[in-house]
Design a protein around this ligand. Structure first.
Ligand code: TNX
Length: 498
């Protein structure tokens, strides 16, 4: 009888009388600097000891102060039900987007000067917690500090929703995936020859006719302004600024098919579902074209809390160059009148640039140099390194290869500051990875081309060049891929990670 009681009680006695968790540190707690954090923080200092953190299951009410509240909400979504001994402190000394996390004495302290910094901190913290095996109960984390700041202010991802449409739910899933790696801009390519994707009040045919098609001839789609605003908020809460692009004066067949008055000589055109480029243009001599553009930009500006509106400007092969220059000049002014800064593909540098207009290098480094010489910032999207629609290799099931095949190592092993002659860090606003969607039809397709390559580009945009090292990156990437897969992301099985 006593023996039975004792055998029942013994485990309980051992549990309650065993060493306190603080004194019972497992031998294999990794140092902060060996965790597979990605993008790699600018500075990690390992401390001496290991801290034990008691964690609880539950929810807490986020602070009403957005600087901290959004970060708290983000962490709660990322690590659901996990409550930790965590302090947030606003520190004026830290730069925009920068943060510091201290792990010591059973406390975690986050410091940042702004909302972006706080969000960046909890994105790193979520990785630390995940890779330390945190759950509701306890976690051991090595002591030390992470002191981090972005290399570039702008780290972007572009989704072409014009060639194939992606609905708001799909775009939100993309937002969740990219936010975790500190991508802070989502550029939406909202119009092209094959489709117009945003409701504009007063122009119902844009969505009735212009939105009905996409590449392959499948039905397209569009965002109502309410859906678009909701998407913008969703991204904003996760630290991502949405940039709307209306591509013009070329890439405009969808708008022309809806409103022939915008076309040269008012000629009617049919909707287009192929993949050729360079055949369409607005009639740059017509007042009604600028009235239209003004209405569109005014409504987009009202839907856009961020500073930028993208005016496209690429591959305008059906527009005379003189006309093109005049047109880009006019549209930059319209964008400015609505309180926004224009971004254009690199061809816009062949026109007169307004102060502040950002030139997005994709194919012509010489145009980027012209932009720099005019005193304008450059956004780096060289097609040979950053185009996520390029195939990994000739066996990739979707994708194009006109610029290059881009394996994960090729996406990682370059330096934006030495890519284009004459352009260095001080001229560069940041980098962006565009996913054009001629061959991309589903979220699965998005995942296949985006992951794991986007993680390489996220680190190119965030981590100081001298901290980046391919072998170490690969080790961290493998761990992140495992986590992405556990979350249901269909990551491409790259041979360079085997
Ligand atoms: C070039 S990049 C384009 C797009 C295509 C892409 C396909 C750029 C500014 N224009 O219209 O979708 O190539 O890779």
């Amino acid at each position: 009888m006593y023996r039975l009681l004792l055998s029942l009680l013994l485990p309980v006695l051992l549990l309650t009388c065993g060493p306190a968790p603080e004194d019972n540190i497992p031998p294999d707690v990794p140092q902060l600097s060996t965790l597979p954090l990605l993008p790699l923080p600018a500075e990690i200092t390992d401390g001496e000891g290991v801290s034990y953190y008691k964690t609880y299951a539950g929810d807490m009410t986020p602070s009403s102060d957005a600087t901290i509240g959004d970060a708290q909400r983000y962490l709660q979504q990322r690590m659901p039900g996990l409550i930790l001994p965590l302090q947030y402190r606003t520190s004026e000394r830290l730069a925009e987007g920068a943060y510091r996390i201290d792990f010591a004495d059973g406390e975690i302290e986050i410091q940042a000067s702004d909302r972006d910094g706080m969000l960046n901190a909890v994105k790193t913290l979520a990785q630390v917690l995940h890779f330390s095996g945190a759950d509701a109960g306890a976690v051991y984390i090595s002591e030390g500090e992470i002191s981090d700041t972005p290399r570039y202010a702008y780290r972007g991802f572009m989704l072409d929703v014009a060639r194939h449409f992606f609905n708001p739910e799909e775009v939100k899933q993309v937002v969740d995936r990219i936010a975790a790696y500190k991508i802070n801009h989502l550029h939406l390519h909202l119009s092209d020859d094959q489709g117009w994707r945003i409701e504009i009040k007063g122009y119902p045919r844009l969505t009735e006719v212009g939105a009905a098609t996409e590449v392959d001839g499948t039905p397209g789609g569009f965002y109502t302004q309410a859906e678009y605003s909701d998407l913008v908020d969703y991204a904003q809460q996760r630290g991502i600024t949405v940039i709307p692009e209306i591509d013009m004066p070329g890439h405009t067949n969808a708008a022309l098919s809806a409103y022939p008055i915008l076309n040269v000589d008012g000629e009617e055109v049919q909707p287009y579902t192929g993949t050729n480029v360079g055949f369409s243009t607005f009639d740059v001599d017509q007042d009604s074209v600028y009235v239209f553009i003004n209405d569109v930009v005014e409504q987009l500006a009202a839907l856009t809390p961020g500073p930028y509106i993208h005016l496209g400007g690429d591959e305008s092969d059906a527009t005379d160059h003189e006309d093109y220059v005049r047109f880009i000049d006019e549209v930059q002014q319209i964008v400015q009148q609505h309180g926004k800064t224009a971004i254009g593909w690199d061809e816009v540098a062949t026109s007169k640039l307004a102060p502040g207009t950002v030139v997005q290098l994709w194919a012509h480094p010489e145009y980027a140099l012209q932009a720099k010489e005019a005193g304008n910032p450059v956004l780096m999207s060289p097609a040979t390194r950053t185009y996520l629609d390029m195939q990994y290799d000739s066996t990739s099931r979707i994708g194009l290869h006109w610029a290059a095949y881009i394996e994960v190592d090729s996406a990682y092993l370059w330096d934006p500051a030495t890519l284009a002659p004459g352009i260095s860090d001080g001229d560069i606003l940041g980098i962006e990875a565009p996913l054009w969607s001629e061959t991309v039809r589903t979220l699965e397709d998005i995942d296949y081309l985006t992951f794991p390559r986007l993680l390489a580009l996220a680190e190119v945009g965030w981590t100081p060049q001298d901290r980046r090292e391919w072998e170490d990156f690969k080790r961290r990437l493998r761990a992140q891929v495992e986590w992405l897969e556990a979350q249901g992301v269909g990551v491409y099985a790259s041979r360079v990670l085997e």
